[in-house]
Design a protein around this ligand. Structure first.
Ligand SMILES: [Zn+2]
Length: 238
């Protein structure tokens, strides 16, 4: 049972909708308390509150056990030296797209520890996805029909060696989105072959990916409507 509260003062800054999403879940799935540094699953029911550091141009949302101290808004005049950690979680899946042919797909959820303050409603897509957009991915409404890249394919899904752990998803200049590659469902590679060695590659933000696997298609479609899904066609490399 989720027991995460967002103080109205914080909700006023991050927006009522975002605050309601944090309280309802499933994102975030995991947390680490900023005071005692003990972490866990948000849905495990321990009483948590969200706090916020506000610095010029960006904010950092954090979580604290309510037993460990207050959640508050801390305003800094200058940027703080937070490490800009990005965490990636991924899933491989497959389904029939609108053209009737199946696509093999990869979806990766990106979580950033430091978030930009820009209003996502203004730019139309979640700022966490900036790294993917800057490298040719495009907002998409359909998690089964990946957009074609404007130029050459610039993303690749590297398969692990047979029987081995490894592989990953990479962009140009050795940019690593995730490694190792998440587990491959049966038949996934056959669908890649149907598409001449290509697959759909999606990046999503604030989904709670590992908590929505039972109804991934609906969750991704909802994320797309909220401007939190971008994608492209990627090459699958052995
Ligand atoms: Zn704590």
């Amino acid at each position: 049972m989720r027991n995460l509260t967002v103080d109205p003062e914080i909700a006023a800054i991050i927006g009522e909708q975002r605050a309601a999403e944090l309280e309802a879940g499933p994102y975030p799935v995991d947390y680490r308390c900023v005071r005692c540094h003990r972490g866990g699953r948000v849905n495990d029911g321990e009483a948590l509150a969200a706090g916020l550091d506000v610095t010029p141009g960006r904010m950092r949302l954090w979580f604290v056990h309510t037993a460990c101290g207050p959640a508050e808004v801390v305003v800094f005049d200058q940027r703080q030296p937070y490490p800009e950690e990005t965490e990636a979680t991924g899933v491989l899946y497959a389904g029939n797209s609108r053209d009737g042919l199946p696509w093999a797909c990869v979806v990766i959820e990106l979580t950033m520890s430091v978030e930009l303050l820009d209003d996502p409603a203004e730019v139309g897509v979640d700022q966490v996805l900036g790294v993917a957009l800057a490298r040719g991915m495009r907002p998409t409404a359909d998690p089964l029909t990946p957009p074609e890249p404007d130029g050459p394919i610039s993303w690749r899904v590297q398969l692990p060696r047979p029987g081995r752990h490894g592989g990953g998803v990479y962009g140009r200049n050795r940019l690593q989105l995730i490694s190792p590659l998440p587990p491959m469902p049966p038949g996934w590679l056959d669908l890649v072959a149907v598409r001449d060695g290509r697959c759909g590659l999606y990046v999503v933000s604030r989904l709670g990916l590992l908590a929505v696997l039972d109804d991934l298609g609906t969750a991704l479609t909802d994320a797309a409507r909220a401007g939190r899904l971008v994608g492209t066609t990627a090459a699958v490399i052995r």
